[in-house]
Design a protein around this ligand. Structure first.
Ligand code: UDP
Length: 510
């Protein structure tokens, strides 16, 4: 009891310190936890110190808890094994982000992992807090003798540590499993560390949860091998640059090459696929339906939405830069031909620029190949009365007398729009987005039409592939609104693909 009071005192001090330094603390003193989802697994995102405090707290108050660690390898296994995914999402109370693979995967999704919370770094801290609070630990797992050796080594470093017991992890039949559980229950530990490797340890925990009389149960992989000194840890500098996995390959090449050399790229490509698909949070939404923590739930949902949006925008910008660079290089010969044709066909410049309205109403210089006579802007007033565009906001006439011969051809195949790849590269525009309007068109917009200014304009969008100038202004606005609601990387890809036949057919292009 004395230990509990002392520990609680330290906890209050910790919370006070956090209130002073951390924005994530609510006024009532409870701590808001953040989490993110990777390959369908919900992962806690926080500091090691806070994770250990939470574990000790759970042990002291005997709150039944299951804890897991996920690295790129575990997530690869869970990707294909729904039973393991279920363990992490439904059985575990917290899953910690272990290693640089998870950090990189999270970064691809726009999430910053606060700290690498791995079992090997956690155990000494956990032991030190366990000594202070009187919490006892049982080590179950690894080959016979390894858990006992790890316990011995830990006692050298933490002489006050209460090791409730040890047992090997080769529980291949029912009898050995029963015996191990009996040993655990007789030892009455506060924390049980299960080190049998993934997915065995997680599945063993799920199956035997009801029989184990210990509040905190944590699956820790090959942890005991490190602390028994059967396997050495990577030098600090190697850990510092996130390359501990290289060390593990050097030590056990036959077992580890597949896990890391094949597994790491596979993991990253799965994360990219998840991002493009716009998913990965299905498991969260299922979980959120079953857990009725409504207030924190909607907050978490908002966080996820904003994380998803950030990740989408990050990836969209990356695709814009890459694709515009590639297309500019690819079209260079065509640009040269068009340049010569424009120059030979009519008097005037090669390119035509206009002020257009970008995201948030910001003006930018919009580029096209010149397709009209040099005095096109000045002569607009004389033909304005002939406007054929429904809604009278846009100006379009099929046989605009200002269009040159080359202009007719390049407009027919939308070649005149290709210089906007430069606008895309600069970041004024995206490949996909509502067409940027002219300042004079904006002046005629109703308030609700301005919604299309909420996002970056683009070269192509829904209405470019579904009728173009043949659609009325209000139909175009409706399609832009649809894009704003439905936008995702997949939608962008679909629109880009549909743009190719739309351009080749020339429907509505004039
Ligand atoms: N292990 C065990 N019981 C088994 C199979 C494996 O206790 O039936 C132990 C093995 O001795 C080793 C650990 O589980 O200590 C697996 O380590 P690994 O590095 O593969 O685990 P990871 O941390 O990658 O999940």
């Amino acid at each position: 009891m004395k230990q509990l009071v002392k520990y609680q005192h330290n906890q209050v001090a910790n919370i006070c310190e956090l209130v002073a330094t951390n924005k994530d603390v609510f006024q009532n003193g409870t701590i808001e936890e953040s989490s993110f989802s990777l390959l369908g697994v919900k992962i806690w995102n926080g500091r090691m110190e806070r994770a250990v405090d939470w574990l000790i707290d759970r042990a002291l108050y005997r709150k039944s808890s299951v804890i897991g660690f996920v690295n790129a390898n575990n997530l690869n296994i869970a990707y294909q094994d729904c039973e393991l995914r279920r363990h992490y999402n439904r059985v575990c109370d917290r899953v910690f982000a272990d290693g640089s693979g998870v950090r990189l995967g999270a970064a691809i999704k726009g999430v910053n992992v606060v700290e690498n919370v791995n079992g090997t770094d956690m155990l000494p801290l956990l032991c030190s807090h366990a000594c202070q609070s009187g919490v006892s630990i049982f080590l179950l797992g690894a080959k016979p003798g390894t858990a006992a050796q790890a316990a011995k080594n830990l006692l050298v470093r933490f002489p006050q540590l209460k090791i409730a017991g040890t047992h090997h992890g080769y529980l291949n039949d029912e009898l050995s499993c029963k015996r191990a559980i009996k040993r655990i229950n007789e030892a009455k530990p506060d924390i049980l560390l299960v080190a049998m490797g993934t997915p065995l340890q997680e599945k063993w925990l799920t199956q035997n949860l009801a029989k184990i009389e210990c509040p905190v149960k944590m699956s820790v992989g090959g942890l005991f091998d490190f602390f028994a000194e059967n396997v050495s840890r990577a030098p600090l500098w190697m850990r510092g640059i996130g390359c501990e996995w290289v060390w593990r390959i050097i030590q056990e090449p036959s077992r580890m090459w597949r896990r890391y050399i094949l597994g790491n790229p596979l993991f990253l490509s799965r994360v990219c696929y998840e991002l493009i698909k716009g998913g990965g949070d299905e498991t969260n939404s299922q979980l959120e339906q079953t857990q009725s923590k409504s207030k924190s739930q909607s907050k978490a949902q908002n966080n996820l939405l904003s994380l998803n949006l950030k990740a989408f925008l990050f990836l969209k910008r990356g695709i814009d830069i890459f694709a515009s660079l590639m297309l500019l290089a690819l079209f260079t010969p065509l640009f040269l031909l068009v340049a010569v044709a424009i120059k030979l066909d009519s008097k005037g410049g090669l390119l035509y620029s206009q002020d257009r309205i970008g995201r948030g109403g910001k003006k930018f210089k919009f580029w096209k190949f010149r397709s009209m006579s040099d005095d096109a802007d000045a002569s607009l007033v004389t033909i304005e009365k002939d406007n054929e565009s429904a809604g009278n906001v846009l100006f379009k006439i099929k046989s605009d007398p200002r269009i040159t011969r080359v202009g007719k051809f390049i407009r027919r195949f939308s070649i005149d729009e290709l210089p906007q790849l430069w606008n895309v590269l600069k970041g004024d525009m995206s490949l996909v987005g509502p067409r940027p309007c002219l300042p004079r068109e904006l002046a005629k917009y109703q308030l609700s039409d301005r919604v299309r200014l909420a996002i970056k304009p683009g070269i192509t969008c829904f209405w470019q592939v579904g009728g173009r100038s043949e659609l009325s202004f209000s139909q175009q606005i409706q399609l832009d609104k649809k894009y704003i609601q439905e936008r995702s990387i997949l939608t962008d890809f679909k629109i880009l693909l549909l743009t190719i036949p739309a351009v080749l057919s020339g429907k509505g292009a004039y």
